[in-house]
Design a protein. Structure first.
Length: 378
């Protein structure tokens, strides 16, 4: 049996396997950010994962890096998620919500004419920021980021409160936990960077001050959800969204110790550069393990074979798969039976309808379709 299929106890949540469905932005919600039946079908199809982490979910109307991403800042959005959670649980699954604030990674065209918020209003690199939207013809495409402005202290407090309210609504909707998105150049990651965060107050300067925003989010979330139901995603070396930390080792050794002290459910370490052929996974694991003893989840261009080795050797506890889960709703079964995996078609990742979203067949369905096993395989 694959080591990926061995169980793992994560505090009070028993995972039947170590195969995690990674958070993936798919942009099937409407402008209102309310989850819909198509999204329900998508998550239900993948309920055999040891744990599902939802796509990044906006905690505020001022968070919008991708148009048509869902939210958790209104009661209507929470109700839509409640339906999804019920269906995943009924199918035997477990599901965390990823809480997200894009910060400077946005455009005034997605924020009702308002400037995106950021720690310090650093805007020298707008062409590197990944902001996406859907055209009138239905195609999804990258658009230009617009200049951000520095947040006031009150706005920082308001953003922290949005994460708390998001966690509260997620718990009421029945989620097994939440994941704080502190990776990929989004707002908590921006505060951690001494290049993007040049503040001279209590939220900037030293690594302790730069980590204060994330620390306050966790402290506030702990009022509405136990820390052993809260994960944190980090990406120390990510080039994505150009966060630019000249000394990520120092920054993230501090963060790892802080998360150990909080007693979070897990650290989700994303090797974002792995998709670019420049993996940093070994160094990331070393940094995290310098201060964190809990459940370690990794992600970023990792094959199932690599994941098995990491688990077998006791290097990590969980492996999160993204693209493999786009094309293989039955990924766990395919691993169990050593069946070939389908590859994700590049069209349909973002926006649109069922095409490229819920229309990928299981291996059993492929076998029953004439010629079905010849297409879309590695």
């Amino acid at each position: 049996m694959s080591s990926l299929l061995s169980p793992h106890q994560m505090y009070d949540l028993a995972l039947p396997n170590r195969v995690v469905m990674a958070p993936m932005t798919r942009c099937r919600a409407k402008v209102s950010g309310i989850p819909n039946p198509l999204m329900t079908e998508y998550y239900e199809q993948r309920a055999t994962a040891g744990l599902i982490i939802t796509e990044a979910t906006n905690v505020s109307a001022m968070s919008a890096a991708f148009e048509l991403a869902p939210g958790i800042y209104t009661s209507e959005q929470a109700e839509g998620w409640h339906t999804i959670v019920n269906r995943v649980h009924a199918a035997g699954g477990r599901i965390y919500m990823q809480l997200w604030h894009g910060g400077r990674v946005s455009s005034l065209t997605l924020l009702d004419g308002q400037a995106p918020l950021s720690p310090s209003g650093v805007n020298d690199d707008l062409e590197h920021l990944q902001v996406w939207a859907q055209l009138q013809n239905g195609h999804y495409t990258k658009i230009h980021a617009t200049p951000s402005r520095a947040m006031t202290v009150n706005e920082i407090h308001e953003a922290v409160a949005c994460f708390k309210l998001g966690a509260k609504r997620a718990r009421a909707a029945g989620f097994d936990g939440v994941e704080i998105h502190a990776a990929n150049g989004y707002l908590p990651h921006q505060f951690l960077s001494p290049v993007i965060n040049t503040r001279g107050d209590d939220y900037g300067g030293s690594v302790e001050n730069r980590a204060r925003f994330l620390q306050e989010i966790l402290a506030q979330v702990s009022d509405v959800m136990p820390m052993n139901n809260v994960g944190v995603r980090i990406s120390p070396f990510a080039l994505y969204n150009n966060v630019r930390d000249p000394d990520p080792t120092t920054t993230y050794r501090f963060v790892a110790r802080m998360l150990q002290d909080f007693g979070v459910a897990y650290i989700h370490a994303a090797d974002t550069n792995g998709w670019l052929g420049k993996p940093d996974l070994t160094q990331i694991i070393e940094i995290v393990r310098s201060g964190f003893e809990g459940t370690l989840m990794v992600n970023g261009g990792i094959s199932t074979e690599q994941g098995e080795t990491l688990i077998t050797n006791g290097i990590v506890d969980l492996v999160a798969f993204a693209r493999a889960y786009i094309a293989n709703p039955d990924l766990v079964d395919r691993i169990a039976h050593r069946e070939p995996q389908s590859s994700a078609r590049p069209f349909g990742w973002y926006g649109g309808d069922a095409a490229g979203y819920t229309d990928y067949p299981t291996y059993a369905a492929e076998k029953s379709t004439p010629g079905g096993l010849e297409a879309d395989q590695f």
